[in-house]
Ligand binder design. Structure first.
Ligand code: FNR
Length: 391
């Protein structure tokens, strides 16, 4: 059966993967990935502001040897790139998180598994090649369960804990209601949409089961299905948490602790005071509060304020190797991919993610060569013509 497998050599950029994913996925899934909160202004600004940053072309600077390696959290990463956490990534390809983890690990790159993944930590650890596995934790009302999840992460050999703090409540995403991802007639609409996408229906709908939130199965049992995934998040995420509550997580987890979802200098200082090892400057890909600053605008001041106290990573809006170089120039030490890897997974499975990583590396190499920097650690503001206004 034609499962719509995309020929990888015909894909030459991350945006091609997006198109291929759109053709292959039922609408509710593509829109869930593509969409942002409210009117999607921040989502658009993430991409536009990053793209608008001008690189400074330099020539004749002996860039014959390029070193893209970067040392973060006790390990050398061959690229300053990690696969960020994506909820229900396993719905985009059969047991999708294991495939993406394998592609990342084959290159020695970190894969971050979401709390709300389809494949559990254990499944990913068993099926992905040995490599740096990070675990993303959400703030859940049931603290004992959070403790269990942290224990599970340790048992699965997770190297870093990525604690996401920008989802005390899910953002309001109009597309999810319109597409059938949530809402009253969602289940019926999803089945109808899947019938129009036979490749996906065969690979994931039929053969990619169980469609459950693997890490939550121990507490939710049968209720860990996807019928009301967004509703479950709204009911179980905890808006009462405050900075001082994070102390116990720091005590429980002695490995690298990375706080994800920082967009403000004061919050970045709180994270440093808490003893976090890193932060991800992020607005969750424009999926939470619309109208907040793009990451490109927020990042420089945050990196300046805390970059000497913890490792600053960034995401939101990265669509190319040039964007990765831009984020590094704005002060990030490493960059999380979000939708970029999800679309590559949807379009081409493990081979798709591997291809994406090759393309991004190639683009980074060109950008470094033509801005005259031969190693990642030398990428800084001097390779930009100007900085975006902070707003
Ligand atoms: C996300 N993101 C996310 N973050 C997180 O900490 N836990 C999660 O479960 C998810 N789930 C999720 C699902 C989908 C479909 C998307 C697109 C994003 C946010 C993600 O880790 C990252 O911050 C953004 O995707 C970065 O923005 P770009 O690069 O996708 O624009």
């Amino acid at each position: 059966m034609d499962d719509g497998v995309t020929r990888m050599d015909s894909i030459v950029s991350a945006s091609h993967f997006r198109e291929a994913a759109r053709r292959r996925l039922p609408r509710f899934l593509f829109d869930y990935a593509e969409g942002g909160a409210f009117d999607e202004q921040t989502l658009d600004a993430n991409v536009a502001d990053l793209r608008a940053i001008q690189l400074r072309q330099r020539v004749l600077r002996d860039v014959a040897e390029l070193d893209l390696g970067t040392h973060l959290f006790g390990r050398t990463h061959p690229l300053p790139v990690m696969l960020g956490p994506i909820g229900i990534g396993g719905m985009f390809r059969r047991r999708g998180e294991t495939l993406a983890a394998r592609a990342a690990h084959r290159r020695g790159l970190a894969f971050t598994l979401s709390t709300v993944s389809i494949c559990s930590l254990r499944e990913v650890r068993a099926l992905a090649a040995d490599g740096p596995l990070w675990f993303q934790l959400y703030v859940i009302r049931d603290r004992a369960f959070m403790r269990d999840l942290i224990e599970g992460a340790r048992a699965a050999g997770a190297e870093a804990l990525v604690f996401t703090v920008d989802m005390p409540t899910p953002g309001i995403r109009y597309r999810d209601v319109r597409s059938g991802m949530s809402g009253r007639y969602g289940p019926m609409r999803r089945v109808l949409q899947a019938m129009g996408r036979p490749g996906w229906a065969w690979d994931v709908g039929l053969h990619g089961r169980p469609h459950r939130l693997g890490n939550l199965e121990p507490v939710l049992g049968n209720a860990s299905g996807l019928d009301d995934y967004i509703g479950w998040m709204a009911a179980n995420f905890d808006p009462s948490i405050q900075w001082r509550d994070l102390g116990w997580i720091r005590e429980l987890w002695d490995g690298p602790l990375i706080i994800k979802g920082i967009l403000d200098v004061e919050d970045a200082r709180e994270a440093a005071a808490l003893g976090a090892d890193g932060i991800v400057v992020s607005n969750h890909g424009g999926r939470q509060l619309d109208g907040v600053s793009s990451t490109a605008r927020a990042l420089p001041a945050i990196a300046e304020a805390v970059g000497d106290r913890l490792t600053v990573l960034a995401d939101s809006g990265v669509r190319s190797g040039l964007d990765i170089v831009r984020m590094l120039a704005l002060g990030a030490r490493g960059v999380f991919l979000g939708r970029a890897w999800l679309y590559a997974l949807a379009a081409g499975g493990e081979a798709g993610v591997a291809r994406l990583l090759d393309l991004l590396e190639r683009e980074m190499r060109v950008a470094m060569t033509l801005t005259g920097v031969s190693k990642v650690s030398a990428i800084d503001r001097s390779i930009l013509t100007d900085l975006p206004d902070e707003r």
